[in-house]
Design a protein around this ligand. Sequence first.
Ligand SMILES: C[S@@+](CC[C@H](N)C(=O)[O-])C[C@H]1O[C@@H](n2cnc3c(N)ncnc32)[C@H](O)[C@@H]1O
Length: 366
Amino acid sequence: MIPSNLADLVTFVPNKEEPIHNWFYYKEGYAKKLVEWLVEEFRLEEPVLDPFAGVGTTLLTAKQLGLKSTGFDASPLAAFAAETKTRNYKIWELEKQLEEFSRLSPQQIGKFSNKAIRRLFREKNLDDIYFYYKKINEITDARTRKLFLLALIDTTSRVANVIKIGGSLRKQKKPEMPVKKLLLGKIKKMIIDLKRVRIEGPEPEVFEADARITRLKEESVGCVITSPPYLNKIEYTSVYKMELGLFFNAQETKLRAHIADAPTGRDYESNLPLIAKAYFEDMEKAMKNIFFALKQGGKAIIVIGGGCFPYETVESDDEIIRIAEKLGFKLLQKIVARNVTCMRCRTIKVGPVRESIIVLEKPSVN
Ligand SMILES: C[S@@+](CC[C@H](N)C(=O)[O-])C[C@H]1O[C@@H](n2cnc3c(N)ncnc32)[C@H](O)[C@@H]1O
């Protein structure tokens, strides 16, 4: 049965209340409860693959359900968050390190080299972040180091002079912030989550990779649950430029959409904006790899939304179904989760676009 709150489940909002899932807020993600429902409703089988894993909602939920899974994402930040949220930890090791950190007092020991990003902070706040960044890099246990770094990344976005609104960063001046208190508070909360949610399931395989070119072993996965970037949404890179620039050495010039890097203009043959044409070409490459990796009889669930342009909207679900059928998939169901209104200049309505869940099957040859 379709959940009555499906429109909420295609968003990350319900994850705010979910321990571990809420370690890093990712507006582009979907809810743990959506993955749970999909697994049960469509009797999905392991191993689960998510080739656009984001911050690991599919992978962490699979682990919580005791299912094996593999996932990757082109963003080093998302892949890092997904990995960190899905590891098993030695709690005593984390507590010992936290105790050591509580004895430290931040001092000015240097600065991040990325000047453009430095401008997004009050100097003292960023100096404290830098201090803890250096201290975290000295932690010898890799898992502890990564968990502390994820906590620092979260703290950094709290003390920055910007907030994330929609697809962009908006200025919001902050006073001098208690970086130490925020960081240690975050780590404490993460440890409490780990104690509260004892997960026995297998650790997922997580890595940074591009779904357009990454081929897993043929017929090696039991199902796919994924949500590719939506058409004409390039905020993955711009909204996270602060975190990517400070902690992942990403250059802003390289921070473009990983899908559909095309100039503006129109393709006269398909009557689509060039970016939409490039997007569907890229989606076809990713879908081909999904088909290859999926076992016969396996299901692929694709959560997808349409694209907003200044003077038009482009629905993606039917085009993705067309591509999937061309590749050999069989369409089992299309469920419209919600309609979203596209806006221009924040106030002018352009029109509605669908956000849908596409359920596909790779037919058995025999
Ligand atoms: C809609 S989000 C997925 C969110 C995920 N379901 C979650 O709950 O966290 C799409 C993800 O695709 C990633 N992405 C964009 N282009 C990619 C590519 N070519 N290969 C792999 N991942 C890509 C983005 O970084 C983003 O994290």
